[in-house]
Write a protein of this length. Structure first.
Length: 199
């Protein structure tokens, strides 16, 4: 993240995203594929690291191999295979949604993962159980742990969608987009930027 000053001199925290150029590699329709979607590709990839199937797919779209391919639904504008989408597409929008895989935090206990307070006292025989989850509630019935019980486990590494992030600035010459606040994912990871309305 970084920060910029707005017209009123207020320091606004923001995240810089490189948006595009993205190439439309396939247009799926209800008649042919059973659903309507737009397949776009981003990045550059060496041909020697691309499978033959994907080489043919990109060649049919008239572009070089790409590193990331994503399908998006809800497009209302008429697009053609081979069209390029740049950051200029969002120049009339004010709010955007960003979807990405969040940072993985590894195996965490209930205090870190779910915000449990743990057993507050350290006397009366508590020993080293200050951060233990406590009773799970199962006894002779149901003699098992209910599904969805908040317990220790992997934290992060899930798909997260940050909604209604305000556009601070657009730098079209470098395909950069500045959004107010933070977005999910680590530095250098792939994100999907969409307008809340249909495209």
């Amino acid at each position: 993240m970084t920060s910029v000053f707005d017209d009123n001199g207020v320091n606004v925290p923001c995240t810089i995203l490189e948006v595009g150029p993205c190439v439309i590699t396939q247009i799926k329709t209800d008649e042919k594929d059973g659903y309507a979607a737009l397949q776009i590709a981003y990045g550059e990839k060496k041909e020697k690291n691309t499978t033959k199937a994907m080489k043919g797919h990109f060649k049919k779209a008239g572009t070089t191999p790409k590193t990331k391919v994503v399908e998006l639904k809800g497009f209302v504008r008429d697009w053609k295979v081979g069209d390029v989408i740049t950051v200029d597409y969002f120049k009339n929008d004010l709010w955007l949604d960003v979807t990405a895989v969040s940072k993985g935090k590894g195996f965490q206990g209930v205090v870190t993962r779910h915000g449990f307070s743990g057993i507050v006292g350290t006397t009366h025989g508590q020993h080293d159980r200050e951060r233990a989850p406590g009773s799970l509630g199962g006894s002779s019935w149901p003699s098992r742990v209910f599904k969805g019980m908040r317990m220790a486990g992997q934290k992060g590494n899930t798909t997260v969608k940050a909604v209604n992030l305000k556009i601070v600035k657009i730098i079209p010459e470098n395909n950069l987009l500045l959004l107010k606040g933070s977005v999910p994912g680590s530095k250098g990871s792939y994100v999907v930027v969409q307008s809340p309305d249909s495209i």
